[in-house]
Design a protein around this ligand. Structure first.
Ligand code: ATP
Length: 506
């Protein structure tokens, strides 16, 4: 009976209204209007209550902490050490208060995406035996003024409650993408962001040594320069730790960590070589390489993951998945010559540096050359950068040599070359000497870039022209085999050049 009460009421009310109006001749209009107004008010009150609870809660649910130790984070030795030193302040709390040291309130992790900042924050929570709460800056962005600020308040409240409930004496709050709420305050349009940031500063200022539970805020960003000065000053984010892309040793460590739960063919796989070939990869990309390699092995119904699977996985992560784009024979030939242009130029200016030449459509490209950096480099000389530009221009130079004109396939190469020129100009490595790049007009930039690139294009063409016959013989092999490993390509070049009595070196 109760179950159908609402339906019965809906049916009964109109009948009653009609009965009163027509049978009893009662004017029901004022009653109906009154009922509509009262109903409307009740509905509004209800939906406001609903909004209040939605606004009061953070959008994301607190993520449960997976206990994670620093040992499970590869590379990042310096970042880990700095972080552990900072966390010791939290662990040895008695000494801290004895020496009157103010509590560590915030740690800022800065670095590119996927380098392990979230992992470091989780490991920090485990190391200090704290509860962990994670959120992202974008969760605090709301159109309504004050909602973001109240979410910050709730986050800190939730951390305290959770710590108390679990009997822990400290809590780690991690806010990823903190630049979204911690950007510079301009007092203008972004009033809502300002309020959210003000609330965050208030919460940080409210942290005291004697507090229980103690709260540590860890923020992560890859745009530190965007952050408001108030956040960065001592007493707020006290420690700034750079979490950079891993070096070769770090990459090998990360690969080893992610290989632990995978059936690796120990006789075949050389992770040091994979670490060498994955220069510039972040931890997240390395994890993806291991994962993709496992997928390739599974698809082939193999029992173990081999070096070939890992090599294919690097290509996939670097260039994107293979596509089914059907190129015409003419296009394939042009692409092959273009890629040979890059590869031969690379072997001429930096012998031993090609790790693969491929004539396979992948991502947006119809072919590609993978280079092997041999050694991680952080400082570049003018000669090195010029040779880098020549390798990038090699593709277009080859097309000009064999077809008399270029194609749209060189667009990405030119972009890469122009970026290198820009960094050469800004580092004072050009004939302009030491200059402030921001003071240069677009016209001046165009002239300088044009001069440098045209000069290097001439040199590249001259260098490749001397090996014209090598192109023609290698072309057949590449079209037939589609992928040539670095070693195969080099021995092919040796064969082809030995016949002509010349060495493949400049
Ligand atoms: P973002 O700034 O994009 O949030 P992040 O720096 O916080 O990135 P994480 O979320 O910590 O990156 O890393 C993503 C994934 O990449 C991890 O779950 C892990 O699998 C892998 N990873 C990243 N860095 C490392 C590392 N140093 N050691 C082991 N695995 C790593």
């Amino acid at each position: 009976m109760r179950k159908y009460g609402k339906e019965m009421l809906i049916g009964f009310v109109p009948v009653l209204i009609l009965f009163l109006q027509f049978a009893m001749n009662v004017n029901v209009i004022p009653f109906v209007l009154l009922a509509v107004i009262v109903g409307g008010l009740i509905y509004m009150a209800k939906s406001k209550g609903h909004l209040a609870t939605v606004g009061g809660e953070r959008k994301g649910k607190p993520r449960p902490l997976q206990p994670l130790s620093f040992e499970e984070i590869g590379g990042q030795d310096r970042a880990k050490q700095e972080l552990i030193e900072a966390l010791d302040f939290l662990v040895h709390v008695d000494q801290i208060s004895k020496f009157g040291i103010r509590p560590l309130k915030g740690i800022l992790l800065t670095g590119p995406p996927g380098t392990g900042k979230t992992l470091l924050a989780k490991a920090a929570a485990s190391y200090t035996d704290s509860v962990y709460l994670g959120a992202s800056g974008s969760e605090f962005v709301e159109m309504y003024v004050g909602v973001g600020a109240s979410r910050i308040r709730d986050l800190f409240k939730e951390a305290r409650q959770k710590a108390a409930k679990q009997g822990k004496s400290s809590a780690v709050i991690f806010i990823d993408e903190i630049d979204v709420i911690g950007g510079k305050r301009d007092g203008g349009q972004q009033r809502e962001y300002d309020q959210t940031l003000n609330q965050l500063l208030t919460e940080l200022d409210g942290i005291h040594t004697s507090d229980s539970p103690r709260i540590l805020l860890i923020g992560a960003t890859n745009r530190k320069e965007m952050l408001d000065g108030a956040l960065l000053r001592p007493g707020r984010f006290d420690r700034h730790i750079a979490v950079d892309l891993p070096d070769k040793k770090g990459r090998e460590h990360i690969l080893n960590l992610h290989a632990r739960n995978k059936p690796i063919d120990a006789d075949d796989v050389n992770l040091e070589k994979i670490a060498e070939e994955s220069f510039g990869f972040s931890g997240a990309q390395l994890e993806s390489v291991m994962n993709e390699a496992a997928i390739y092995a599974m698809r082939e119904n193999g029992d173990t993951i081999s070096q070939r699977h890992l090599s294919m996985a690097i290509d996939k992560v670097m260039m994107g998945e293979r596509t089914d784009r059907e190129a015409t024979n003419e296009e394939r030939e042009r692409v092959a010559l273009h890629e040979l242009g890059h590869a031969i130029a690379a072997e001429l200016v930096r012998p031993g540096s090609v790790s693969q030449v491929a004539l396979l459509p992948r991502g947006g490209a119809l072919g590609y050359v993978r280079h092997n950096p041999q050694q991680d480099k952080y400082l570049y000389t003018k000669v090195f950068l010029e040779s880098q530009i020549m390798i990038a221009l090699g593709g277009a130079a080859a097309e000009e040599m064999f077809y008399g004109e270029r194609s749209t396939g060189s667009r990405g190469d030119f972009e890469q070359a122009m970026n290198i020129v820009r960094s050469m100009v800004e580092s004072g490595l050009t004939e302009l000497g030491i200059i402030d790049g921001s003071m240069m007009t677009p016209d001046k930039w165009a002239t300088v870039t044009g001069d440098i690139l045209n000069g290097l294009m001439q040199r590249t063409k001259y260098m490749l022209e001397a090996h014209r016959s090598v192109f023609l013989s290698a072309l057949d092999v590449l079209i037939r085999e589609e992928t040539l490993s670095g070693d195969r390509f080099r021995s092919l070049l040796q064969e082809l050049t030995a016949g002509r009595g010349e060495a493949i070196a400049q």
